[in-house]
Write a protein that binds this ligand. Structure first.
Ligand code: MG
Length: 158
């Protein structure tokens, strides 16, 4: 059986927080606002995995009003969600993520993000790919107010 899920996430840029995407801390003047570490790549991929399994969404699993998840390591939330779907006999075969951000330039960090995501999920290198693009200056992303991530996950299992 093959199942496909999609995930989306967006966060606002704020000063005074690190920018963490796909488990990689990226040098930048601004970070992302959020209850957890605001790793939007990990969040979108978590939702894609949960969606593919019909297992709800990240907000149900890790409510953002629960102090337990304040400043949480989102890569660990991702791993936990994957363990949950593994418990249902499904495993992530492959995932693809697109980060849409005007700044910073993410190209130098994409391979590290893919490697970190694959590794944290216990998958072969290359199982998770991460791409980046701008929004051509349009909308909230174009104005630099925040960024967004879209992820697609393919689960295989019984
Ligand atoms: Mg999020």
């Amino acid at each position: 059986m093959t199942r496909v899920g999609i995930g989306y996430d967006s966060h606002r840029f704020v000063a005074g927080r690190p920018l963490v995407l796909g488990g990689v801390t990226i040098p930048h003047a601004l970070g992302l606002a959020g209850h957890s570490d605001a790793d939007a790549v990990a969040h979108a991929l978590t939702d894609a995995i949960l969606g593919a399994a019909g297992a709800g969404n990240i907000g149900q699993l890790f409510p953002d009003n629960d102090p337990q998840w304040k400043d949480a390591d989102s890569m660990e939330l991702l791993r936990t969600a994957h363990e949950l779907v593994r418990g249902r006999g499904l495993t992530l075969a492959q995932a693809d993520c697109s980060v849409i951000a005007e700044q910073p330039k993410l190209a130098p960090h994409l391979a590290a993000m893919g490697a970190a995501l694959s590794s944290r999920l216990g998958l072969a290198a290359g199982a998770v790919s991460v791409k980046a693009k701008t929004n051509e200056g349009m909308g909230f992303i174009g104005r630099g107010e925040g960024l967004a991530v879209i992820a697609v996950a393919v689960l295989e299992g019984r």
